[in-house]
Design a protein around this ligand. Structure first.
Ligand SMILES: [Zn+2]
Length: 666
């Protein structure tokens, strides 16, 4: 019988025997250019076929479409492998034309596709198993006893201020029992296989491979750690303030002595956004009483209105309207009579005819207006770099791609802009009003940052073997407690596999891009505000209709990945580093408010780097209830609420989309 380790050892041995560098290839750059030109147009065709198949599956989930998608992806893999072998006739690393070297280098990077067919098959089947656990998980609703899916039921219950914390606790535990816990062994196999496959491409492990997309000029992990360290004191301000508001509401007994926030009461299954506890925490609840979502509905907005509003913002900068194909083929609403994947995503079809699409099941809410801008940011990137050769049709780095739409969102969500698009009658020029506004942005954007960091921080150590399968869950919780400052509502053990309860882990989707993007978007925003001639506080800047801002943005987007991102960033912002400084400037007045407010509360600014001990749990909490708890009686305090329960409650996928050129929401 062939064991897994046998299968892994053979290709590795081959790599060792054959050596790695093919130093003897030709340096004839004219021939290389000719070869590349043909490759480039073939690549566009091959990618197009795979993306089409992925799209067809995503908007109509049938066995046949699934089979066709797998076939198309295998064909693409075969093509990439063949061409990678052909490329070895050239000593492309030694070309004098560095642009040509870069094109070859990007074409050479085909990731785990380098591995043999047997491994591909095993890898694909373990990934499918992981995704299936996630996608088919159902949890018993403690109120009704019914089995319900994550979407929409559990997500809605976690977000609902009228659902008791006991019910939320049961959902929190139930979701992890039914998803992550079942996939631990498969995840271990996935890590082994993935690492073995990527070693054939010359990387030590998957962590090194994922980090290579950032072309790091210094230690990437250290750079990320430095960003986090710079930001952490500001996160602590928000953490202590939110704790001071939630403790009296939920009762001290569920707050551990370590000063962690209980993970299940923050309005989100992963505590990655705290926007749903806005009504419990708003600094000046009387000062903001407009419900933007209601206003959208009152004005008769629909999904098309939302897409048109987003398009109009980009167009006002001179970036061009969406293409005819975009409008003809985009799916804005859930399609009737088919199973479809509703996870919002943006797609590049690699034609040169403007075939770009969004797939999204829009609901008319302010959060979805933000999502629409996020996805359209991806489309604008696709449009602007369409003329680049295929290997350069990509973000300067993955964080750039995620940051574009969010940058626009920062301008669109300003009260000033909401007035312009008819969703607010007027703004109130008071400090309290804008502190509320920034606070809402903070619950969504700042609360997310440690979560955006820790997912891949955990995966890097897993891929590198620093965390063994016997430590998977404790290492995960060490980061959750230390970085995010949250604690589990019940004790966890190595029988659990809580990372698997987050879509991107079984979905094998890298995550650090969202962490990077949360800093980059404020850098982009500040730079575009400066170009537009904005004066006054940064948080009030709306660079709508600024051709100067538009030109600068266009220049950055149209470069795609043709240059190192540090050059691209420097051109727009004057700095070569991802920096927290613009974000800190943006939220300055909020941080002043939080500093003062925290002085008047008894909540400490810090929390323990260690999770609460088992003794704390045994002394305070009962095991998750298996019977329905009493009806909920807490108040929801709706007077100061903005846009219903969710400022931006992004929907998480029910199904995996095609991996290729599909940019997912976080
Ligand atoms: Zn995205």
């Amino acid at each position: 019988m062939r064991t897994l380790s046998n299968l892994l050892a053979v290709p590795l041995l081959l790599v060792l025997l054959l050596g790695c560098c093919h130093a003897s290839g030709s340096t004839n750059e004219t021939a290389a250019r000719q070869w590349f030109e043909q490759f480039n147009s073939d690549l566009a065709v091959q990618r197009n076929l795979a993306v089409e198949a992925g799209w067809n599956y995503a908007v109509n989930i049938t066995d046949e479409n699934s089979r066709k998608r797998v076939e198309a992806e295998l064909k693409l893999t075969e093509f990439l492998k063949l061409k990678r072998t052909e490329m070895q006739q050239f000593a492309w690393r030694n070309f004098t034309d560095k642009n040509l070297t870069r094109l070859f280098s990007k074409s050479d990077d085909i990731g785990t596709s380098v591995a043999n067919a047997t491994m591909q098959e095993l890898y694909s089947s373990v990934k499918t198993r992981l995704a299936t656990f996630y996608n088919t998980a159902k949890v018993k609703d403690p109120r009704s006893g019914e089995m319900v899916p994550l979407e929409p039921n559990i997500v809605a219950a976690m977000a609902d201020p009228d659902v008791s914390q006991l019910v939320k606790r049961d959902f929190w535990v139930g979701w992890r029992d039914e998803s992550g816990k079942k996939m631990k062994n498969d995840y271990e196999e996935f890590v082994q296989l993935g690492n073995a496959m990527i070693r054939e491409a010359g990387y030590a492990n998957l962590a090194e491979y994922w980090q290579s997309w950032y072309e790091p000029t210094s230690d990437f992990e250290q750079t990320m750690e430095k960003l986090w360290t710079e930001f952490k004191p500001y996160y602590s301000l928000l953490h202590a303030y939110v704790r001071s508001k939630l403790r009296p509401h939920f009762g001290s007994e569920i707050f551990p002595l370590t000063n962690h926030l209980p993970a299940h009461i923050l309005g989100n299954m992963w505590a990655q956004s705290w926007a749903n506890v806005d009504h419990l925490t708003m600094p000046y609840p009387e000062s903001w009483t407009v419900d933007i979502t209601k206003e959208m509905l009152r004005k008769g907005w629909n999904s098309t209105t939302m897409f048109r509003v987003s398009e109009e913002f980009f167009a006002s900068l001179g970036l061009g309207n969406m293409t005819d194909k975009f409008w003809a083929k985009t799916v804005m609403d859930r399609l009737p009579n088919v199973e479809m994947n509703c996870h919002a995503s943006a797609w590049d079809f690699y034609t040169n005819e403007g075939d770009f699409r969004v797939k999204q099941c829009t609901s008319v809410t302010l959060p979805y207006l933000a999502t629409t801008h996020h996805e359209m940011g991806h489309i604008q990137y696709f449009m602007q770099y369409e003329k680049q050769p295929v290997p350069f049709r990509d973000g300067a780095n993955p964080g750039f791609h995620e940051a574009v739409g969010d940058t626009i969102e920062l301008a669109v969500m300003t009260p000033e802009h909401l007035v312009k698009i008819g969703l607010l009658n007027s703004t109130i020029d008071s400090n309290e009003y804008y502190v509320n506004y920034m606070f809402l942005m903070a619950l969504k954007k700042l609360a997310f940052i440690p979560f955006g960091y820790l997912i891949d921080k955990w995966r890097w150590s897993v891929f590198k073997g620093e965390v063994t399968p016997q430590q998977y869950n404790s290492a995960w919780w060490k980061l959750r407690c230390d970085l995010q400052g949250i604690s589990s509502p019940v004790p966890r053990s190595e029988d659990d596999f809580d990372p698997g309860a987050k879509y991107h882990v079984p979905g094998n989707t890298p995550y650090i891009r969202y962490f990077v993007s949360h800093f980059l978007q404020f850098q982009f925003y500040e730079a575009l505000c400066n170009k537009s001639g904005h004066t006054g506080p940064l948080y009030k800047c709306d660079f709508y209709q600024s051709k100067e801002a538009g030109d600068a943005l266009k220049k950055m987007l149209s470069a795609g990945s043709s240059k190192h991102w540090e050059d691209t960033l420097e051109e727009l912002t004057g700095t070569r580093e991802v920096s927290a400084a613009p974000l800190i400037r943006y939220f300055g007045p909020l941080f002043d408010f939080l500093t003062e407010a925290n002085k008047n509360s008894s909540e400490p600014l810090t929390w323990s780097s260690e999770c609460p001990g088992d003794d704390w749990y045994t002394s305070t909490t009962a095991p998750p209830s298996t019977t329905a708890p009493p009806p909920q009686t807490t108040t929801s305090g709706s007077s100061g609420r903005l846009a219903g329960a969710t400022w931006l409650q992004l929907s998480m996928a029910a199904l995996l989309g095609a991996l290729l050129s599909t940019l997912l929401t976080r």
